[in-house]
Design a protein around this ligand. Structure first.
Ligand code: ADP
Ligand code: MG
Length: 335
């Protein structure tokens, strides 16, 4: 939703009402063709009040407009148009009430729908997390038991245990990243190193499903003031999505360049791409189209990039692929 300062809207409503009154009072019906139209313009601040502030705003604006309008009613006291004027006041009251009531109801329904979706998401994600933790946990228990019983090679067992624990650590970090406000620790780092590390973490997964993961780095360092482990995690999330969206033998490419005071990272795939609805919901927590997805990867990546005063941009078309661009300011010292 567009962010606006409600105080400015309140001032706008008052100014608009006064301006309409000026037009209305400074003209007379017999000489000015637009005089009657001006009185209809009072509906604009009333509807604006309803739209932005709900029922309370609509009623307050209506009262304000009615007070300004009152002298007209009194000056018409003896004339035949008195009935018209009173009818105008009553009509605007009814419209203010209806508009405010509808806006309030709409807001209430929207909040309830958001809450329902959030709770459904929490439930689904808990199931996915438990499911994702179960496999490495079983591996750890199994291999620890083998070591205890003196079966197999302890080194191989220890390696599997470490890999499984890392897998579990990643899930725990994802959940923590999402649930806590990002606690970032900034230091000067070469973005080429971070991009390489993210790429290396995803290499095995890409090769496992027959995807060619390529990396494009410039010769000179790109030093940025960042939280390297968080940036690496958001790049890993984006690379994982690119890999998961691609089919066997397709390419996924990651690269970094320095452009106009920003480190610009691009992640390109030629996979499924996204339709408009998916792009709109991409950063909504728990939004996923995967059977075992958490829908947190993009939300976490965005949170981390926002914490660096950076920007993320998505260009995607169904069946054509996706290009994610991240711009991180090089010289901003975030505290
Ligand atoms: P998850 O990967 O757990 O589903 P994410 O937040 O990482 O959650 O992604 C949300 C959804 O956005 C995915 O389910 C997928 O539909 C879509 N998506 C993200 N990145 C891509 C991509 N590179 N190509 C196609 N779809 C994508
Ligand atoms: Mg993901």
């Amino acid at each position: 939703m567009v962010a606006y300062n409600k105080r400015y809207v309140a001032v706008l409503i008052v100014v608009l009402s006064l301006a309409i009154s000026y037009l209305h009072y400074s003209t007379i019906k017999e000489e000015h063709a637009l005089h009657s139209i001006y009185s209809e313009l009072y509906y604009i601040p009333i509807l604006l009040g309803a739209l932005i502030f709900g029922l309370r705003g609509a009623i307050l604006t209506y009262l304000f407009v009615s007070i300004i309008y009152l002298p007209i009613v009194f000056t018409s006291w003896t004339s035949t148009i008195l009935f018209d004027k009173i009818l105008h006041v009553v009509f605007s009251g009814v419209i203010a009430f209806l508009a405010g009531f509808l806006v309030d109801r709409e807001n209430k329904l929207r909040k309830q729908a958001e809450k329902d979706r959030y709770l459904a998401g929490v439930g689904r994600v808990s199931t996915v997390i438990v499911h994702d933790l179960k496999n490495p946990l079983t591996a750890i228990l199994g291999f620890a038991k083998r070591i205890k019983e003196g079966k197999g090679t302890p080194a191989t067992a220890a390696e599997t245990i470490i890999d499984s624990a890392r897998e579990m650590e990643k899930i725990v970090y994802d959940v923590l990243d999402f649930s806590k406000p990002a606690n970032l620790t900034f230091a000067e780092e070469d973005m080429r190193t971070i991009v390489s590390r993210a790429c290396n973490s995803c290499m095995a997964k890409a090769e496992g499903v027959g995807i060619k993961l390529s990396i494009h780095l410039p010769a000179d360092p790109i030093n940025a003031f960042i939280d390297s482990s968080h940036i690496e995690r958001s790049l890993v999330n984006l690379l994982n999505n690119a890999i998961e969206a691609s089919a066997k033998d397709q390419d996924v490419a990651i690269g970094v360049t320095s452009e106009k005071g920003n480190a610009v990272v691009t992640i390109k795939d030629k996979g499924t791409g996204m339709d408009k609805k998916t792009i709109e919901n991409l950063f909504t927590p728990f939004y996923t189209k995967k059977k075992t997805g958490t829908g947190l990867g993009m939300a976490i990546a965005k949170k981390i990039i926002d914490g660096h005063h950076g920007e993320i941009h998505i260009a995607s078309q169904p069946d054509m692929g996706t290009e994610v661009t991240i711009a991180l300011p090089l010289h901003v010292r975030v505290s």
